[in-house]
Design a protein around this ligand. Sequence first.
Ligand SMILES: Nc1ncnc2c1ncn2[C@@H]1O[C@H](COP(=O)(O)OP(=O)(O)O)[C@@H](O)[C@H]1O
Ligand SMILES: [Mg+2]
Length: 236
Amino acid sequence: MIAVKGLRKTYSNNGLAVEVLKDLNCKVYPGEIIGVVGASGVGKTTFLHILGTLDRPTAGSVMHFGENVFSWSDAGISRFRNDELGFVFQFHYLLSEFTALENVMMPCLMAGESWARSSEMAEEILVDLGLQERFMHRIGRLSGGEQQRVALARAMVRKPRLLLADEPTGNLDERTGNRVADLIFELNRRYGTTVIIVTHNLDLAGRMGRSIGLKDGRTFDLEPSQLKGFGVGQDG
Ligand SMILES: Nc1ncnc2c1ncn2[C@@H]1O[C@H](COP(=O)(O)OP(=O)(O)O)[C@@H](O)[C@H]1O
Ligand SMILES: [Mg+2]
């Protein structure tokens, strides 16, 4: 479980303090797939980065599996991030000169797995994502939807307990985006991965059991019927 308590984040812009997250409290249960929604600039990415330990809160705590992760050393936090979390962003950040297989093998190799084992793990998740015909394709030769599926494979190859996705369909046309979203739901079911998806896409948010709405630096629990009028479905 993830438990967020009294989370605050203040940025300083040219000496001017900007309070983005003022008092966030929420819980996410194991195996859940939830949305994070809200207008552009409200702090969704900031929130996701803090949940993923990519950024530190100004105050408050983030408990992952009963542990206050920001009380750990930097090395402990990095190990936790590498072993337990997977990330997908709006842009794929894959290495374009390498093949799909090589890109997906990389987290395994960096974690000390053998070449053979890394290759086996990468092939398995690429097959899960319908990319069995694309192992040896260089990233630059793949379509946008295929690239995002490879990015999803790279995030999932070590079977993280938590997948964090920031507008993962934001750069894709509707049909391709829906296909990527379907695959995320399938991974959630197959591996029991907890998934948190930041999205502007009203249809996508509506498919999740519930969403966390962000407004004025605070969180709101939203049922699918409450999504409209919460800045969801707007551009940005
Ligand atoms: N590193 C930073 N330094 C200063 N201000 C930032 C930084 N990152 C984000 N912000 C500001 O925090 C606010 C929330 O940003 P963000 O989390 O990206 O919003 P969202 O993802 O909801 O669009 C914005 O006003 C943004 O300009
Ligand atoms: Mg954002």
